[in-house]
Design a protein. Structure first.
Length: 218
């Protein structure tokens, strides 16, 4: 179960890194005054007032149907890797039991011991490959979803003439030590906002609608 624990740990690390990246880079600032100035009859942001929106990215990723489907696929791949590892371990256990029944120094025992060492090395090599492969898949998967979500936020910003769309964070403050608490407080970007500027559900609905239409076309 070493692989399963390691993969779970890697997923947690990716989520933390992902949250930091999102906090630093996905403020999603959309200054549209330059675009509006080029469009005939478009009002400037100063004349119509600043239009601001906020998005809860954690909520978006939690409710995005594509995320759920991708999670299921990756977990299935993880199970397949783990099954192969468990089968290899069982084979080693059986071989070791056979070796213990053979006479010390016998040719058959030496031969089986060499086979055991070879298969044990193969197991260790495969376990490292599986862990590295899953880590890359999770990384690519989160990166792809992150880009897709930010693109949807950008499209809404341009289409509905937002001047600024900011990522908001709702950290869990009841668990963890003081260092973790300080980190969570430090990455919180929005301290207050009116519900009228929250476009989280709009982003979720748009993403799920597009995903549903794409899935039907397959």
């Amino acid at each position: 179960m070493k692989l399963e624990k390691s993969c779970r740990k890697n997923r947690d690390k990716i989520k933390v890194v992902f949250g930091v990246i999102a906090s630093l880079t996905c403020l999603c600032l959309f200054s549209l005054s330059g675009i509006q100035a080029k469009e005939p009859g478009a009002a400037s942001s100063s004349s119509r007032g600043l239009k601001v929106g906020v998005v809860d990215l954690n909520n978006v990723f939690e409710k995005y149907e594509k995320r759920k489907a991708s999670d299921a696929q990756l977990k299935e791949q993880e199970k397949q890797y783990q099954k192969i590892i468990n089968d290899k371990k069982k084979e080693l256990v059986g071989l070791n039991e056979k070796i213990q029944l053979l006479d010390l120094g016998s040719e058959s025992r030496k031969r089986d011991e060499e086979t055991f060492e070879k298969k044990n090395m193969e197991l260790e090599s495969y376990a490292k490959f599986a862990e590295k492969s899953l880590m890359k898949k999770y990384k690519d998967y989160f990166g792809s979803l992150y880009t897709e979500v930010c693109k949807e936020v950008e499209d809404i910003g341009k289409r509905e003439q937002y001047d600024l769309i900011i990522k908001k964070e709702e950290p869990e403050l009841q668990s963890g030590g003081i260092s973790e608490l300080q980190f969570k407080v430090g990455i919180k970007t929005v301290l207050y906002h009116s519900e009228s500027v929250d476009i989280t559900n709009q982003v979720i609905n748009n993403l799920n609608k597009k995903y549903s239409e794409t899935s039907k076309g397959k």
